[in-house]
Structures are given as structure tokens and as C-alpha cells.
Write a protein that binds this ligand. Structure first.
Ligand SMILES: [Zn+2]
Length: 707
């Protein structure tokens, strides 16, 4: 999907081509008014009072994850998580194992049972019937094997017609209508300059490696990965029936075309500047100036939006160059490029040989040793395509009672701390402060699950897995594109309820906390409040809230418009504070010899640091208000210590070196260890809490401080 500048708590699973549509999209729900703004009402107690006596485990800290031999003042991550990282092994079918994955596994186990039952019994309930049918079709490996490569044949037939620039463009149009986004992608986008309007956004896309750098640079293992990719693409062509030398030549052509695209595409650091990715050229600009040779009228008609004229592109020059590439590149090379794009998107819908080949490339990037079991892959597909149907069962099982109200209260308490912080922030002048407060007061939040569940208007057939996925993709694309020209739906969730993640959307000035993120060990109704504040209050809520004011979010105003509300002196101080964070993290290594990109990770690091600082203040303020404060000492640790331990333990995690490196090259999130220690060294509350002398590694002095 395109250019929704949402910032997530953790790296999401790669968003495959996304969306699309055959059945008519649902009519928009009647607007029930905006979601609750954070400023709406004062917070009630964020968590129920903790009993006077509790064990560490009852408080929500995992005792076995602590390494009592590690010195918290030397390496806090080793102290809070060493017991875990020294003993845990990453399951062979995963690229990481830790707190997040434990919650994911729990949700997978819950939903596995739901889907198996639904698949078996053909339930009367139409929702369960659809879930069961979809899942059963995905699990039906004999039928999938029997179909061979037939499911992709219609897409290959489209490509076979390419013989010049005109037919190549026609193939791109037809593939996009089937949600295979070669060269670029399209979706709805709030107009950065008028957030009340939804326009079409077109963005660069269509590379097989995770980032353009992989084609152009040789850092770390990039060269090896590039060679593995070339060999993988050649094997894909062999599976399609080409002889080995021909297949290798096809793969070389794919590499040449993708490398050319990579050169034309914007770097991820450049793309953190919203001004660089918003160009409201409109249809007239595309048709008359930027890429007149591309059939934009046919394109929009094929996508079901023939009348759309309001369009932004990430970079006009890219589309001029892509149109030129279609005209100058050999048709055979374009066919190879498009074929590789189709099979990258669709291999998992085919038989074992295709799935295994796709996995051979995947494991290069993730370090996974084995394919996850079929049921789990099918469960993830179901979550992707029918997520708000499936999510209802999850909510029933894991997010009942007062969970939603409690999480909302915690959110409000952190908000109050942020408001206090804004009032006293020394580097901010008063005019800017007034605007920042306005933005905070208008910040809205979604908690747990949607108030109104999405319905899915496409047909599911048992025995036609690929057909179901394609119908789902087309339906979702149509649903997305139908937003263009309509009022913004602030209640349309960007994540499903079981998702263990969260996000902030700057164009909506809204944060979303799915039920999956509000689970133990992150959040527990009976946990010590310091633990809930440390993990969920700081690590999640404060983190997302701070995104509204990070290097990217700070460029959008209270209403989600790209507008500069900063005075020059305050902006200069903000830039200096941001540079401190950039330089700090650029010194950290993800794996030996591969350092983090301080600029790419700046927004996430600012959010981590700000979130933990804010929620710490929120906890202090909350505790001071309690007639009966929660226990001060639990298992030998003070509640201030519990706060930081809870934050750290939410990042206890072991990750394959392959995944650590892939993320360092392409992902804005720092690795778990630096999400802890990089934050801890900047926390004014940490040194006193653990009595770390000034100058110790975790209390080094001269902290970076943005929020
Ligand atoms: Zn984030």
C-alpha cells in the first residue's frame, strides 16, 4: 500500500502487494464522529491497585529472564534479558524469538483452533463459514499441487503480449488491476496539504530485494545477498520451464532492470522527509508533462477509478524515467522483469516447488531454517485477507472485560505527562509550545479492536486457494481506492486486532493500539502498575505519542496537514537535539561491522526515548495521587526499578544475524538490544533508580534528549 506514513512500533511482516477488488466495495459507514481525542477527559487510575504483597512474576516481570550476575549499570539489557538470551533458542521456522513472538504464538494457538473448527464443520454462521472455507482452501495441498502453475497463467499471458513500450504499459496496467505492483503502486492518501481530502497516491515499488541499496552498494553481506537473489530468480525461470542457460540470462535481465529502477528510486532516508514524497501533480500533470506516454486513462479505468484527477506522486522524475525505461528497454527484458514480479507476489499460492523456491530466497534475508508449518502460513494469510473476521475470535478470547477501558485510561495518564512535559520543555518557545499542545489535545486514539467490524464482500471457494487470495486482494484494493474523494474514515484500522504492534498516523494525528499488543508480558490487568507503565505506557503508548513529534511527525500539524508550526529558534534546537540521537545510534552495531543508520532510525529512536521518559513521569505523577500507593518493593526491586525492567523485558529477544543485518539496511527500527540500552543511557530516572554512579556505561552523562 502506498504512502500512508504510519509509523509502527516494530517491523511489520513485509507488506506484499496488498490490495484490490472485484465485488463492489462497501458503502462508507456513517461517520460516528472522531475517535476520542486524548484531551477529552481526565484519566482514572490506569491499573487497579496492586496487592500489598506480590511476587516478581505476579508483578509482571519474568524472573528467569533476568541475569542476576549482570550489572545493570554496565549493560542493562544483559541484566534484564540475559537469562533469556543466554538460554533461548530461535525455533528453526522463525527469525526471532522473544517477548513479542511469545504473544504472537499465543494468538496463533488461539486462532489455529478457531480456524480448524471452522474448516471442519462448515458452520452456519456466515462469518465462520467464510473463514473456514478460506483456511480449508489454503490447507488443501493436494488441490494446490494439482493446479500446478495454472493459477498464474492468466498473469503470464498478460506478460506474453509485451512487444514494445505500448504493450508493456498495457501489461503493467493489467497487472496492477490484479494487485501485482510492478514499477510503482497506487493507493489512497490523505492530501498532505488538506487532510480532510483523500486523493490518489502513487509511489515507487517493484524491487525484489528489500531496499534499493542492495542493488547499488556492498555493505555487509549485500553482495552475497544480491548473488543469491540472481540465482533464485534463475531457478524461478527454470521452474517455468526455461533451460538453465536461458533462465540465467533471464535472471540477468531482471537484475539489470531492477538495478536501473533502484537507481531511479528514492532512498529511505530521503523518504523520511514528507516534502520529498508529496508532489500533487494531478492527472493533468501526469498526462501532459511527467509521463505522457503512459496510458493513465486506461490505468485509472482498469483500477475502477476512471474519474480520479487528484493525484500525488512521490517523485515526478521517477515516472518520467520509468516511461522512458518502458520505451528503451528490450521487450524480452521487460517480460522477464514482469514475470519475476508476478512470481514474487504469487509463488506462495502455488505448489511445493514454488513455495520452497520462494523460501530459499526468504531464508537468505531472515535466517529462518525451515518453512513454518502450513497451518501457520495459512493462518497468517487469513489474518491478512479476513483479519477483522478472524480478529473477533481473538478479541473474545483475549481482550474481554475491562481491558479496553484500562488501556484507554493508561493512554490518558501518559498523555497528561506529555502535556506537563510540553509545559516545561526548556528548548521550546511559547508560540511553538501552544501549537504543540494543540496537536497533543487533538491526538486521537483507537484501542484494542474496531467498534464496527469490516465485512468482506468477496466470494470464497473451498478448493481454490489462489482464486480466493486474488479475490481478496482485488476486493481490498477496491476498498482502498474507493476512499478517494470521500471523507476520511478515522476508524479504519491499519492493523488487525491480534497484531502485536501499534502505530501512529501523522496525517490522522491518531494512534492505534491493537489488542495483541495489550497482552502479558506487555500489559496485565493484575500487574504492578509500574510494570504496565514501563512496558505499555512507555514502550507502546508513549512511543506512539512521541511519533507525533519526531523528525517526521513534527512536520504535520494538529489536523494532519503538512505545515510548519515551528518557530525558527525552536526548530534549530529540535534539529540539534535530533542530531544528538542520530549520532548516538550511528555508533551502534547491528551485527559486527554493520552499524545502524542513525538517520533512518532517528524517528523510532526519538519515540523510544521520549516514550520511556514520559511514561516514567506519568507513573510518578500517578503514584503520587494514589491514596494507597502500590507496593514499593517487589522481590527485592523498587517500583522505579520495576518500571525500567518491564520496559527492557518487553524487548527480550533473540534474532538471527541475517535478520539483524537485513533490518539494519532497510528498517527504521533499531535492534532490541539498542532499543533498551540506547534508551537507558538517556533516561534521567535510570541512574537514581539503580544507583548507577555517574560515568558508568548506563549513566554516562551528556544524555541526548528530544522529548
Ligand atoms: Zn515507532
Amino acid at each position: 500500500m502506498v504512502m500512508r506514513l504510519v509509523v509502527m512500533l516494530v517491523a511489520a511482516a513485509a507488506c506484499s502487494s496488498g490490495s484490490s477488488s472485484s465485488a463492489p466495495p462497501p458503502s462508507p459507514a456513517k461517520d460516528p464522529g472522531p475517535p476520542p481525542a486524548l484531551a477529552a477527559e481526565p484519566a482514572k487510575p490506569a491499573t487497579p491497585p496492586a496487592p500489598a504483597q506480590m511476587t516478581l512474576a505476579e508483578a509482571g516481570i519474568v524472573p528467569d529472564w533476568i541475569d542476576p550476575k549482570a550489572d545493570p549499570c554496565t549493560d542493562f539489557y544483559a541484566f534484564a534479558c540475559g537469562g533469556f538470551t543466554k538460554t533461548a533458542t530461535i525455533p528453526p521456522d522463525r527469525s526471532s524469538w522473544g517477548a513479542i513472538e511469545l504473544v504472537v504464538k499465543d494468538s496463533e494457538d488461539v486462532l489455529h483452533t478457531v480456524l480448524e473448527d471452522a474448516a471442519k464443520s462448515a458452520p452456519g454462521d456466515p462469518g465462520l463459514g467464510k473463514l473456514g472455507g478460506y483456511y480449508a482452501a489454503c490447507m488443501d495441498e493436494p488441490a494446490i499441487e494439482h493446479a500446478g502453475s495454472a493459477p498464474v497463467q492468466p498473469l503470464l499471458d498478460i506478460i506474453a503480449k509485451v512487444r514494445d513500450a505500448r504493450t508493456a504499459a498495457a501489461a503493467v496496467v493489467a497487472l496492477h488491476a490484479e494487485t501485482v505492483f510492478a514499477l510503482f503502486a497506487i493507493g489512497p492518501q490523505q492530501d498532505f496539504h488538506d487532510a480532510t481530502q483523500v486523493i490518489a497516491g502513487i509511489d515507487q515499488a517493484g524491487l525484489g530485494l528489500p531496499d534499493r541499496k542492495y542493488y547499488l552498494e556492498d555493505k555487509g553481506t549485500m553482495g552475497k545477498t544480491r548473488a543469491a537473489y540472481r540465482a533464485h530468480v534463475a531457478r524461478v525461470f527454470q521452474l517455468l520451464g526455461q533451460r538453465e542457460p536461458v533462465a540465467k540470462a533471464s535472471a540477468d535481465e531482471v537484475m539489470r532492470v531492477e538495478t536501473a529502477l533502484a537507481r531511479l528510486q528514492q532512498d529511505e532516508v530521503v523518504r523520511r522527509d514528507p516534502h520529498m514524497v508529496y508532489h500533487r501533480v494531478d492527472r493533468a500533470g501526469l498526462e501532459t508533462k511527467i509521463a505522457p506516454s503512459f496510458p493513465w486513462g486506461d490505468y485509472l479505468a482498469a483500477l475502477g477509478i476512471p474519474d480520479v484527477t487528484a493525484i500525488s506522486v512521490n517523485d515526478p522524475a521517477y515516472y518520467t524515467a520509468v516511461a522512458a525505461l518502458l520505451a528503451t528497454e528490450k521487450p524480452a527484458a521487460l517480460r522477464s522483469y514482469l514475470t519475476a514480479a508476478v512470481l514474487r507476489d504469487q509463488a506462495d499460492l502455488l505448489g511445493k516447488a514454488w513455495v520452497d523456491e520462494a523460501f530459499a530466497m526468504r531464508k537468505e534475508l531472515t535466517g529462518e531454517k525451515e518453512l513454518p508449518p502450513r497451518w501457520r502460513r495459512c493462518l497468517r494469510r487469513t489474518d491478512r485477507d479476513l483479519g477483522e473476521l478472524l480478529g473477533q475470535s481473538y478479541v473474545k478470547a483475549r481482550f474481554g472485560g475491562e481491558a479496553k477501558a484500562r488501556a484507554a485510561d493508561l493512554t490518558k495518564t501518559v498523555l497528561e505527562a506529555m502535556r506537563q512535559e510540553l509545559d516545561h520543555l526548556p528548548w521550546m518557545d511559547d508560540p511553538t509550545r501552544a501549537q504543540a499542545r494543540r496537536k497533543l489535545d487533538k491526538m486521537a486514539y483507537l484501542v484494542g479492536f474496531p467498534d464496527k467490524w469490516r465485512t468482506y464482500g468477496f466470494e470464497v471457494k473451498r478448493g481454490d486457494f489462489a482464486g480466493n487470495v486474488r479475490a481478496a486482494s482485488r476486493w481490498e484494493l477496491a476498498r482502498q481506492l474507493a476512499k478517494i474523494g470521500k471523507p476520511v474514515d478515522r476508524f479504519d484500522w491499519g492493523m488487525t486486532p491480534p497484531t502485536v504492534n501499534a502505530y501512529y498516523d501523522p496525517t490522522l494525528n491518531e494512534l492505534a493500539l491493537p489488542a495483541g499488543q495489550l497482552q502479558p508480558p506487555f500489559f496485565g490487568a493484575t500487574f504492578h502498575p509500574a510494570v504496565n507503565f514501563g512496558s505499555t505506557g512507555g514502550g507502546t503508548i508513549g512511543h506512539e505519542m512521541t511519533h507525533g513529534f519526531d523528525d517526521e511527525g513534527s512536520q504535520f500539524d494538529a489536523d494532519g496537514n503538512l505545515a510548519d508550526w515551528w518557530s525558527k529558534p525552536t526548530k534549530d534546537k529540535f534539529a540539534a537535539a535530533t542530531k544528538c540521537v542520530i549520532d548516538q545510534y550511528a555508533n551502534y552495531e547491528a551485527v559486527p561491522k554493520v552499524k545502524l543508520d542513525g538517520k533512518l532510525t532517528a524517528g523510532e529512536n526519538i519515540a523510544d526515548n521520549g516514550g520511556v521518559k514520559l511514561a516514567y513521569q506519568a507513573y510518578q505523577a500517578w503514584r503520587a495521587r494514589q491514596p494507597t500507593p502500590p507496593p514499593h518493593l517487589v522481590g527485592g526491586y523498587t517500583d522505579d526499578q520495576l518500571y525500567f525492567m518491564a520496559y527492557a523485558q518487553s524487548w527480550c529477544d533473540k534474532m538471527t544475524p541475517e535478520m539483524l543485518e537485513t533490518r539494519a539496511h532497510s528498517n527504521p527500527h533499531s535492534p532490541p538490544m539498542w532499543r533498551v540500552n540506547g534508551v537507558i543511557v538517556n533516561q534521567p530516572g535510570f541512574g537514581p533508580a539503580f544507583k548507577c554512579a555517574a560515568g558508568t556505561p548506563m549513566n554516562p552523562g551528556k544524555p541526548c534528549s528530544v522529548w
